[in-house]
Design a binder for this molecule. Structure first.
Ligand code: FES
Length: 100
């Protein structure tokens, strides 16, 4: 089963298999605007995203992820570290500090 991940603001659509890590976006979007990834282990914070739709379709947010996001200034349910997310349904996301 594939689920659509829409990356804003350009509405870039990528279809990923169920339970795929969001880090797979990097391979699907070579040469296009994607989410920046660094450590891929929930430790650097560069992959912070805002979930516009489908907050419950990216897997559980662990307490240490939530507290790290809060330290980064991204308090609230709608923020995630993309490297800690698994695709469990359709979602719409954007880089947390993206400014047009
Ligand atoms: S890539 Fe470092 S926290 Fe996600």
């Amino acid at each position: 089963m594939l689920f659509k991940v829409t990356l804003m603001p350009h509405k870039t659509e990528v279809w990923l298999p169920a339970n795929a890590p969001l880090t797979d976006l990097e391979y699907e979007l070579i040469g296009k605007l994607s989410i920046p990834f660094g450590c891929r282990a929930g430790a650097c914070g560069v992959c912070a995203i805002e979930v516009i739709e489908g907050i419950n379709d990216l897997g559980e947010k662990e307490a240490n992820e939530a507290s790290f996001l809060e330290e980064l200034g991204y308090a609230g349910d709608r923020y995630r570290l993309a490297c800690q997310c698994r695709v469990l349904g359709e979602t719409t996301i954007r880089v947390a500090d993206y400014t047009e």
